[in-house]
Design a protein around this ligand. Structure first.
Ligand SMILES: NC(=O)c1ccc[n+]([C@@H]2O[C@H](COP(=O)([O-])OP(=O)(O)OC[C@H]3O[C@@H](n4cnc5c(N)ncnc54)[C@H](OP(=O)(O)O)[C@@H]3O)[C@@H](O)[C@H]2O)c1
Length: 291
């Protein structure tokens, strides 16, 4: 089975490429992974995307490419839609032409965050930001074009291959001995290694449709930061901050926790609690710093 990962130099893409090399798919020949970055294919260009995919002839395409700077999307609107909406559409079209299944990564930011409970796949999206709107348009294009798609909505990613919330909080805490973090935004921190494993399960079990996949549990960004320093044992004051007092360009949901029951039932795999995944990631960071 040939799996093409687009966006392979991003935070998720890099982890996914390394994790998928261990994937075994029942009844299939060994898995071959092809990693494509922005230099190999520009997904905003339909003919470039179709020609690239026709040449590779993958069985499965995983699209990890996106314009992910949520605040920058507010001013770079056409770029956000070109990558997140047209790019997704181009991949779905090229996948259909070449007979490949498409696995597309989407986001909790398609929801407005006004619900008090975690969102399930049947809840109505209502994005607040350009990023969320462009990602939702990408989802809709894939659903319209492809008969074999899987769309995975995930959230609050962190991992070893890019600066993220965890590394930013650690850097600020170590520098200033205190960090102010928002208390009234809740979500599911998700480790790219764990999400990569779940993507592998979705591929090997040939799951189709829309799935929410995050590490288990929910917290505020404030609780997440507190846990980071509790696990590293560093004496850093984590100070509560209201979202209203933290000015940023994009409006983001207050509660974007995702209910992952559908994925757990279909795959037979339950994502571990976010605290356990965070502990493993921090251990990895520590080991890397020591070497
Ligand atoms: N990060 C999060 O917290 C989060 C949360 C929920 C969902 N997600 C979703 O998860 C997926 C992966 O996110 P991530 O954080 O790993 O993203 P990332 O680190 O920003 O990586 C995105 C990759 O997409 C590539 N790319 C951008 N425009 C492209 C284009 N026109 N053609 C081809 N490649 C292009 C980028 O390459 P260049 O840098 O070279 O342009 C980059 O390597 C995305 O779909 C994102 O929406 C992320």
């Amino acid at each position: 089975m040939k799996i093409l990962v687009i966006g392979s130099w991003g935070m998720l893409g890099r982890d996914l490429v390394s994790q998928l090399s261990n994937l075994s798919v029942p009844g299939s020949l060994p898995v071959e992974i092809i990693a494509a970055n922005h230099g190999h294919v520009d997904i905003t260009n339909g003919s470039n995307t179709s020609a690239f995919i026709a040449q590779i002839k993958p069985d499965v395409i995983v699209n990890c490419a996106a314009f992910t700077n949520v605040d920058a999307c507010e001013t770079r609107i056409s770029e956000a839609f070109a990558v997140n909406a047209t790019g997704a559409k181009n991949i779905a079209q090229a996948g259909k032409e070449s007979g490949a299944r498409v696995i597309h990564i989407s986001t909790d930011y398609v929801f407005d965050g006004t619900r008090n409970e975690p969102y399930s796949e049947t809840d109505q999206p209502n994005p607040l930001s350009v990023y969320g709107k462009s990602k939702l348009e990408g989802e809709l294009a894939i659903q319209e074009i492809s008969d074999t798609y899987a769309i995975i909505r995930t959230a609050w990613l962190y991992g070893p291959y890019k600066k993220n919330f965890v590394t930013t909080v650690l850097d600020l805490g170590r520098k200033n001995r205190s960090v102010s973090v928002v208390t009234d935004q809740c979500g599911c921190p998700t480790y790219t290694a764990d999400l990569s494993y779940a993507i592998g399960s979705i591929i090997s079990r040939n799951l189709r449709g829309l799935y929410h996949v995050t590490n288990a549990g929910t917290c505020s960004r404030y609780e997440w930061a507190k846990k980071i320093f509790a696990l590293t044992g560093e004496q850093v004051s984590v100070l509560p901050l209201k979202a209203a007092d933290y000015k940023r360009a994009a409006a983001v949901p207050q509660n974007s926790s995702l209910d992952c029951t559908k994925y757990t039932t279909a795959s037979g795999h339950k994502m571990r609690p976010w605290q356990e995944a965070l502990e493993e990631y921090l251990r990895l960071c520590n080991d890397q710093a020591a070497n």
